[in-house]
Design a protein around this ligand. Structure first.
Ligand code: PXL
Length: 244
């Protein structure tokens, strides 16, 4: 039950690979982490990005996948179209089941991508994915379709290349799940908080962890939504801490 995150490092630990590893641990699967970029940031301010070369991302993946049997992975911050292309090739080569968090802009407003990645995501990565987890603005970028209402979100989800959950943090808590064209709406109460940093990262890594524990896709998504909700509610910066 070994899973993998391919994402950036947020040294403040709320988002990116560090957050993903905490979520994997909290749900009880062994996590590995491939670093696509370092960032200097905290939940409130983004300072800078130092990307890792494509060659070295590939070397990290080969090193881990040479030793470990991995079925489910998630991708987060991929920074450039070249990194997207590399990751999509590795997903094919290793026959990985990938949940893609189509990271484009940080909650704190930082430089998580070198340029608009929607086109490269649509062209290279989403055709290889089992699920993508855009928020409203990412779904708008992927589909070129403005989302103001629940019906808009449903319509947009039909134009996303793979199965999806469009998260509803900016749509009254209405999450729109589209699996094989079948729509499930899951509305969640919105919680007043000043720290939602990394909740998207934690959602996609929780989905991967539940998939690795043999839940089906819809069940994994619903459990992951509850996991993130509880994390926000308990003020644990989106990550559940095991009761001890
Ligand atoms: O949640 C998007 C995201 C992904 N990856 C990294 C981040 C963030 C948000 O800040 O820092 C590394």
């Amino acid at each position: 039950m070994i899973v993998m995150s391919i994402a950036g490092v947020d040294p403040s630990g709320g988002a990116g690979v560090f957050a993903d590893l905490k979520t994997f641990q909290a749900i009880g699967v062994y996590g590995t982490g491939i670093v696509t970029a370092l960032t200097a940031q905290n939940p409130y301010k983004f300072f800078s990005t130092l990307p890792v070369s494509e060659n070295y991302i590939e070397e990290q993946m080969d090193a881990v996948l040479d030793a470990y049997e991995v079925e489910f992975i998630k991708t987060g911050m991929l920074y450039s179209p070249e990194i997207i292309k590399l990751v999509s090739r590795k997903i094919k080569d290793y026959d990985l089941k990938a949940v893609v968090d189509p990271v484009m802009v940080a909650t704190s407003g930082g430089d998580l991508t070198r340029e608009d990645l929607a086109d490269a995501m649509n062209r290279y990565l989403l055709p290889q994915a089992i699920l993508t987890t855009p928020n409203i603005s990412e779904a708008e970028k992927l589909t070129n379709f403005e989302i103001k209402t629940k019906d808009d979100a449903i319509e947009a989800s039909k134009n996303i290349i793979c199965d999806s959950i469009i998260t509803g943090g900016h749509l009254d808590g209405i999450n729109t799940i589209n699996i094989d064209g079948e729509i499930t709406i899951k509305k969640q109460e919105l919680i007043k908080t000043d720290n939602l940093h990394g909740t998207g990262c934690n959602l996609s890594s929780a989905i991967v962890a539940y998939l690795a524990k043999n839940n089906d896709l819809t069940t994994s998504i619903l459990k992951a939504l509850d996991y993130v909700y509880e994390g926000i509610k308990n003020g644990n910066y989106g990550t559940l801490i095991a009761k001890i």
